[in-house]
Design a protein around this ligand. Structure first.
Ligand code: ADP
Ligand code: TRP
Length: 334
């Protein structure tokens, strides 16, 4: 039986990369009937400077985006990481099995720590161990994420395997990354070599799920491209990273292959392609934005959903944490 777990941080608005690279797959797995747990990863969000006044609201907003994007909270458990104490507890246990050398090699740590890694917080360094705890606390078998999280998942697998070897058990199943679709890595609209990201400075580099139709059209119009017409095959786009990115986004939004999209637009320039992409993006994203706004108008309902989901997450995870502690030999009252 598949058990799915994934999460996103309530750091800022979700963008098209989060939607096409991850959220769309969350919904697909849910609709295929798997048992799904989707979480707002607020404990991860405090590894970088955050605004305490904004965090609860950002948590509701990201939950609204999950639901608007297709997560059914009556079917999947939609919960808040910090509302399930087991995440932090298991993280401590697993931290005894995570090698510092491996953590040092994590590209996200290197990126976020910047030049002065000596001053980086322990939380930022241990971020992937918390992520392993998130997954293993539910014995999740599949984890739908974008490409950039693959390295963290690899580490989760290693931690699971170290635990199993050290305690001679098969307690933790190795979690499989679930990275699929055409847009596992959506790139910035301003630089085809950078991933589209919440943290990029220019808002023109990303399409947010909260952008209105005019903003989406404007951002696509201003997206960096080149002067050549589109070819009729993907191979010919090699080296044209910005062009490839826009074609990839079109294909993912239309649920078509990139080859099919290129057959349709071969010989056309961006003067034709960009308006078509803008129309498609607006038609796909406007219903999500509309639904998000409706949900945000009733924060008490979102709170009820999150409270219920968190309760369910606590129920599912409690026996796994207890069993983990038993295997490690901790005292418990008779
Ligand atoms: P960001 O990198 O923008 O801060 P997160 O780290 O919160 O976003 O990522 C949430 C999810 O979205 C993860 O599964 C991640 O792999 C996916 N994701 C983020 N950016 C992209 C992107 N540009 N393309 C595809 N998937 C992405
Ligand atoms: N680290 C992930 C990201 O930045 C978010 C996350 C936290 C996550 N815990 C997780 C994703 C567990 C999958 C499973 O995108």
């Amino acid at each position: 039986m598949k058990r799915i777990l994934s999460g996103m941080q309530p750091t800022s608005h979700l963008h098209l990369g989060n939607y096409l690279g991850a959220l769309k797959n969350w919904v697909k797995l849910q609709d295929e009937g798997a048992e799904c747990l989707y979480m707002v990863a607020d404990l991860h969000a405090v590894t970088v400077t955050h605004d305490p006044e904004q965090m609860a609201q950002a948590t509701r907003e990201i939950a609204a985006a999950f639901i608007a994007g297709g997560v059914n909270p009556y079917n999947s458990a939609l919960f808040v990481q910090s509302a399930v104490p087991g995440h932090s507890q298991l993280m401590w246990l697993l931290s005894t099995m995570a090698q510092m050398g491996k953590l040092e090699r994590m590209t996200q740590f290197k990126d976020k720590a910047g030049k002065d890694s000596e001053r980086a917080g322990l939380g930022l360094f241990a971020y992937p161990v918390l992520m392993a705890a998130d997954i293993l606390l539910y014995k999740a078998t599949h984890v739908p994420v974008g490409e950039d999280q693959k390295q963290h998942l690899e580490l989760s697998r290693e931690i699971a395997s170290t635990f199993n070897t050290r305690y001679k058990t098969e307690h933790f199943p190795p979690p499989e990354p679930y990275i699929m679709g055409t847009a596992t890595r959506v790139m910035s609209l301003k630089d085809g070599n950078q991933k589209m990201s919440k943290s990029a400075e220019s808002d023109l580099s990303r399409i947010n799920l909260t952008d209105d139709a005019d903003t989406i059209a404007k951002k696509i119009r201003k997206a960096k491209t080149d002067a050549d017409p589109l070819p009729d095959n993907v191979k010919a786009l090699e080296g044209r990273t910005e062009a490839l990115n826009l074609v990839t986004i079109y294909a993912a939004l239309a649920d078509k292959s990139r080859e099919k999209v290129l057959k349709q637009f071969a010989g056309k320039g961006f003067g034709d392609f960009k308006p078509a992409l803008a129309d498609l993006a607006v038609s796909k994203l406007a219903p999500i934005t509309g639904r998000m706004n409706e949900l945000m108008a009733d924060p008490a309902e979102i709170d009820r959903i999150l409270a219920k989901g968190s309760e369910r997450a606590r129920t599912v995870s409690a026996p796994v944490l207890q069993e983990t502690m038993d295997i490690m030999g901790f005292w418990k009252s008779g």
